[in-house]
Each structure stands twice: as structure tokens, then as C-alpha cells.
Design a protein around this ligand. Structure first.
Ligand code: SF4
Length: 67
């Protein structure tokens, strides 16, 4: 379980689509939090990840890889 859920824009978003629920279960609440691309983005860039960036590295808007 990810320690950033309280502050994470992805996790706290009001959008409750099926894809977001599945990503939350697999990454935020599951074991994949260790390879979350939002966390990697923030470690690499030193700033908060883009709101649309999903933990799998794909945009939540158009499902294209953005990181
Ligand atoms: S999206 Fe990534 S950083 Fe945010 S709560 Fe989920 S696993 Fe943690």
C-alpha cells in the first residue's frame, strides 16, 4: 500500500471511472506502488506529477504514455 495516498492527486481525484478504480487497486492499494510512474516522475523531476499522469505512466485523458 502506497504511503502517498493522502496527498496524491491521482488517488484523490473525484473521477471514479473503472480504469481509475483498477489502477488504484493494483498500484495504490496493491503491490505495484513500488513501480508507480507518478512516484518516479516526482523523484526524477523534483516536482509534483502532472494531474493526468496515471501510476502506469499513461495519461488518464487519452491513454497515451506520457512518462
Ligand atoms: S498514484 Fe502512485 S503515488 Fe499516487 S497513491 Fe497511487 S501508487 Fe501512490
Amino acid at each position: 500500500m502506497c504511503e502517498h495516498m493522502e496527498s496524491c492527486e491521482f488517488y484523490r481525484a473525484r473521477d471514479n471511472s473503472k480504469i481509475r478504480q483498477l489502477l488504484k487497486e493494483a498500484y495504490c492499494e496493491g503491490d505495484l506502488y513500488e513501480v508507480c510512474r507518478r512516484k518516479k516522475f516526482e523523484e526524477d523531476k523534483g516536482c509534483i506529477a502532472l494531474a493526468e499522469l496515471g501510476p502506469n505512466g499513461f495519461s488518464m485523458e487519452d491513454q497515451k504514455r506520457i512518462y
